[in-house]
Write a protein that binds this ligand. Structure first.
Ligand SMILES: Cc1ncc(COP(=O)(O)O)c(C=O)c1O
Length: 431
């Protein structure tokens, strides 16, 4: 293909390859699935744009895999970090900002009666599962194929996102002893869940799901599915955990659960709540949270958990979201993008399917409905790789995986949307 990664990116990435396995600190960032190394090395981000080390600019739909709902370097978020950084970056003691952020989450997320911070979404999910196991006195976790819940041992069974993209969904190094207690079911299949719980519900500690899946591409729940999931889970005496690491504050100011009308027993949170700095959290029912150490016997800790800089960045981000309510505008822009991409693809003779919820959507390179991992996997990997390259060539940065979302942020405007649609037309023409 004609596109050449810039000389500076190539130089930096060669250095990365020497010092870092595969040159990336998360496999989801690798370009291997879209035509190989090297990946582009970025120098800065501003608003809806990236600039790489060669000075080339891109419109960013990656949003750092979700956290950057306000775009890059939002003035209010940056100012909050500047204002706080001179007071020290970490204290290892209770601090005002983590308490304020905890209060903000509790006030805005339905069913979140108490919350405990972690540094990543991985830890948040892992800790919520440990808590559910302790609370119920049971071992088995039910999750769904193609949903990514971080990289803790038990979650790397038929996982989505980077794990499915690089083809390591059953990671080496995961002990059988952990995996044997994790069951993966097809998403959006209420019967499969009902049957499994009818058969072995008394062993199940929790059912863990993304209420709107983000990691096999965007896959919304079918009408009534989450309600049934909750009903079957509770009938079995298990806890319902919603992993809202991507979805909380993405679609409205609060959890997607509240938006969809099904409140879980426990949440896992991350990404947006840290405003672009490291943060995760888990929480939910007060009686369940009483099991967490030092109150109860479930041990979970973190040197960096609730750190002041992540807390101020999260608070500033949530403050902007609450006061400016950019959700309808973001969703409108995403709708314009998605509808036009669909008609451009048709005009140019390509079959695609687009799943969109609010400001997030995925273009699947096949014509059928996508409602679970099997249907998502039908997306043509070769076509996507070529499309990704062609878009990059025209200054549009998409996640380098057919299983990720395009995120429209509050920083995008119609100018970027128009430019993106022009690039789409040229890409579909040459695909
Ligand atoms: C739904 C979901 N859960 C958990 C995680 C893990 O979060 P982190 O990468 O912060 O560990 C991710 C990351 O992409 C995610 O999308």
């Amino acid at each position: 293909m004609a596109y050449e990664i810039g000389a500076e990116s190539r130089k930096w990435f060669d250095r990365a390859l020497q010092a870092i396995p595969g040159g990336v600190n998360s496999p989801a960032r690798s370009f291997r699935a879209v035509g190989g190394d090297p990946a582009i090395v970025m120098a800065r981000g501003f608003g809806p744009f990236f600039e790489d080390v060669d000075g080339r600019q891109y419109i960013d739909y990656l949003a750092a895999f979700g956290p950057l709902v306000l775009g890059h370097a939002h003035s209010q978020v940056t100012q909050a970090i500047f204002d706080h950084v001179t007071k020290g970056t970490l204290w290892g003691t209770p601090a005002t900002k983590e308490i304020e952020l905890a209060e903000t989450l509790v006030q805005s997320i339905a069913g979140l009666e108490q919350v405990r911070f972690t540094s990543t979404g991985t830890e948040a999910v892992m800790s919520a599962i440990r808590l559910a196991r302790a609370f119920t006195g049971r071992q088995v976790v039910i999750k769904f194929e193609g949903a990514y819940h971080g990289h803790s041992d038990g979650m790397l069974v038929k996982a989505g996102s980077g794990a499915s993209t690089v083809g390591t969904q059953d990671s080496l190094g995961v002990p059988y002893g952990v995996v044997k207690d994790v069951i993966s079911l097809p998403y959006n299949d209420a019967d499969a869940l009902e049957e499994t719980l009818a058969h072995m519900g008394d062993q199940v500690a929790c059912v863990l799901a993304e209420p709107i899946v983000g990691n096999m591409g965007i896959v919304p729940p079918r009408e009534g599915y989450l309600k049934k999931m909750q009903e079957f889970t509770h009938q079995a005496g298990a806890l319902l955990i919603f992993d809202e690491v991507i979805t909380a504050y993405r679609f409205h100011y609060g959890s997607a659960s509240a938006w969809l009308g099904v409140i879980p027993d426990l949440y896992a949170l991350g990404k947006i709540i840290g405003g672009g700095l490291p943060a995760g959290a888990y929480g939910g029912r007060y009686d369940v949270m009483q099991y967490v150490s030092p109150l109860g016997g479930v041990f979970q800790a973190g040197t960096l958990a609730g750190n002041p800089l992540s807390s101020v960045a999260g608070l500033a981000t949530l403050d902007v979201l609450r006061t400016e309510q950019p959700y309808a505008r973001m969703a409108d822009l995403a709708q314009i993008l998605a509808e036009n991409i669909l008609s451009i693809a048709r005009e140019e003779g390509h079959l695609i399917t687009i799943n969109r919820v609010g400001s997030a959507f995925t273009v699947f390179f096949h014509g059928g409905e996508v409602y679970d991992y099997t249907s998502a996997q039908g997306s043509d990997a070769v076509k996507f790789a070529r499309f990704h390259r062609l878009m990059l060539e025209q200054g549009i940065y998409l996640a380098p995986s057919r299983f990720e979302a395009w995120f429209v942020s509050a920083a995008h405007t119609t100018a970027e949307i128009d430019k993106t649609l022009e690039a789409c037309r040229a890409s579909f023409k040459r695909l």
